[in-house]
Write a protein of this length. Sequence first.
Length: 75
Amino acid sequence: MAGGTTIAGQIEALIAQLEGVGVCDGCVTDRLNLSVPAQANVVTRALGGTCGYERMKDSCGLCGRIRTVIRHRSN
């Protein structure tokens, strides 16, 4: 997926800005003013396991709650 003005692109850009810090779908939804968390979930599930993105149970770097988060690892 390529960054841009689509919801997917905005989500990728947010994850990249966090430089490896995990973020939950709820915080993605809040930060990007999406209407429902399902919008973030569809994108983060698709990104997980691809091109350095990983989804896992961990604490969210924004809200601190233990949730499924996504982060990008640039190796």
